[in-house]
Design a protein around this ligand. Structure first.
Ligand code: MN
Length: 515
């Protein structure tokens, strides 16, 4: 019999902890909606207590995203649990995920608690969470470096207190597959009430073993895997969702297990997360890398032409990798636009449709054929931009072989229009310097990359930037058929994100070690 493994996606919580990968509320809602289309069972939407922005993201996702269970992380403290509940209440399927370390290293140096105190606190906080919701998950942080006897004692106590999911984190990425599998088996065999809870795993990739450890755990009876899109996350990242899902799907024969993921949405989800977080996917990355399905060797190609199964263990279509299709053109109206977006899975409000449609009309004037990827870009950028403080009203730029590149830029900042003229080494530099002068930003541009979204010289160029200020690094992105416009949009999206993070910090954001 095939067991169904729950997919717990933590792209919006652990994934967002990757340096430079922070997302604003609109972006998080957008990713959450795509995760729902992908069919994940649980979305960890954030850590509600950490800041008003994180709280708002959890609240909106709980209210607006249909399908998956929506979860907030909470430390084992009353104020964290209460805040998680406030963000989740009123939504149909919610979970509170609380955690406390069980390793002596963490208890002694970080929490300054004895083993007995930690166990008592864990039980109390699980009970408190159960006072609010049916569905409570508990994680013994740093489980893989904890004394197994004490670990099992805590697990037994929190299951008795009402935790329905016990998540075993390899917080520091120290475990090895055989050993980690054995730990999971040990918990299932030793803890007397373990059958009353789903055993979950949360692995980190410091030794490149996150997926292997998670699969070893599934083999030993784990029923939930915590993972992120493209494997993003703290340090070397988390278990990658697409690898765990395709591993189970491709080797169902061996694992006797599968997931409910609609794998055809994998490719699209990977692109969206990469674009929003600025975390580039390496070309040789399993499943979602640009080369993952590119068979270049002549011998392999010959085999493939004779029979696809010769060298292909998965079909590219199974992750939604199909040839770009022309979906709309210049004559498409608002109704058709909305309908097409709905077919692609985007359910937008009237306001959002109007906003995105304006941009679509402009693009359709510049570009004959509009592809699915173009629509994805329009929707993701326009929605993310709705909350921006700084927006681009207009700009002109003059450059050429015999003149100093000069830009005139008009921005709207908090509803007020400001225009200025400046010069630079080239047209992009002139625009950037002028924007920097208007916004008075002290930030530094660390990276600037342009690439084409689809083929053809009229394709949209997509610009990605990485910008740093006050120790905060953010990424920004912008697309247009004119790369100077795309560049301006990318820079402004990064500056808006810096403003968002600065506001979060000013509101007293809690920076803590999470699992
Ligand atoms: Mn983690």
């Amino acid at each position: 019999m095939t067991r169904m493994i729950r997919i717990f996606d933590t792209t919006l919580r652990d994934g967002e902890q990757s340096p430079g990968a922070s997302m604003n509320v609109e972006e998080k809602v957008m990713v959450a909606k795509q995760l729902a289309r992908l069919g994940v069972d649980i979305i960890e939407a954030g850590f509600a207590y950490s800041s008003p922005g994180d709280f708002e993201a959890v609240r909106r996702i709980a209210q607006e995203v249909e399908g998956p269970t929506i979860c907030s992380l909470a430390r084992a403290r009353p104020e964290d649990i209460d805040r998680a509940w406030e963000a989740l209440k009123g939504a149909p399927k919610v979970r509170i995920h609380t955690f406390l370390s069980t390793s002596d290293i963490h208890l002694k140096h970080q929490f300054r608690m004895t083993r007995d105190e930690a166990k008592k606190r864990a039980v109390e906080m699980v009970q408190r969470a159960r006072g609010y919701v049916e569905d409570v998950e508990f994680s013994p942080m740093d489980a893989s470096r904890s004394d197994p006897a004490y670990l099992c004692e805590v697990i037994e106590a929190v299951i008795a207190a009402g935790a329905g999911t016990i998540n075993i984190p390899d917080t520091v990425g120290y475990a090895i597959p055989q050993e980690f599998g054995k730990l999971i088996r040990g918990i299932r065999e030793t803890v007397p009430n373990s059958a009353g809870a789903v055993i979950s795993v949360h692995c980190h990739n410091d030794l490149g073993l996150a997926v292997a450890n998670s699969l070893a755990a599934v083999m030993e009876g784990a029923g939930q895997v915590e993972c992120t899109i493209n494997g993003i996350g703290e340090r070397a990242g988390n278990t990658s969702l697409e690898e765990i899902v395709m591993g189970l799907r491709t080797r169902r024969d061996l694992y006797q297990a599968d997931t409910k993921i609609h794998t055809e949405e994998i490719s699209k989800t990977s692109r969206l997360v990469s674009k929003i977080t600025g975390m580039v996917v390496q070309p040789n990355k399993a499943i979602v890398g640009a080369n993952a399905f590119a068979h270049t060797s002549g011998i392999h190609q010959d085999g493939l032409l004779k029979d696809k199964t010769t060298y292909e263990i998965m079909r590219p279509e199974s992750i939604g990798l199909v040839e770009s299709k022309m979906v709309m053109g210049k004559l498409s109206g608002r109704h058709a636009f909305r309908q097409r977006l709905e077919e692609l899975g985007y359910k937008l409000t009237d306001d959002e449709v109007n906003h995105a449609f304006e941009r679509f009309k402009k693009l359709a004037d510049q570009k004959k054929e509009i592809y699915e990827e173009d629509l994805e870009v329009i929707v993701s950028e326009e929605l993310a931009r709705m909350a921006d403080r700084i927006t681009l009203k207009s700009f002109q730029v003059k450059s050429g072989t015999d003149q100093v590149p000069t830009a005139t830029v008009e921005l709207e900042i908090d509803g007020k229009s400001i225009a200025r003229t400046g010069t630079g080494d080239g047209p992009v530099d002139a625009v950037y310097r002028t924007i920097a002068a208007i916004t008075e930003t002290k930030s530094k541009l660390l990276m600037y990359v342009v690439k084409a979204i689809t083929g053809g010289t009229d394709a949209q160029g997509e610009v990605s930037v990485r910008v740093q200020e006050d120790g905060r690094t953010v990424s920004g992105h912008g697309a247009d058929t004119d790369i100077i416009t795309a560049s301006a949009r990318a820079y402004l999206s990064a500056l808006n994100k810096l403003a968002y993070l600065a506001a979060k910090q000013a509101q007293g954001e809690q920076k803590v070690n999470l699992i």
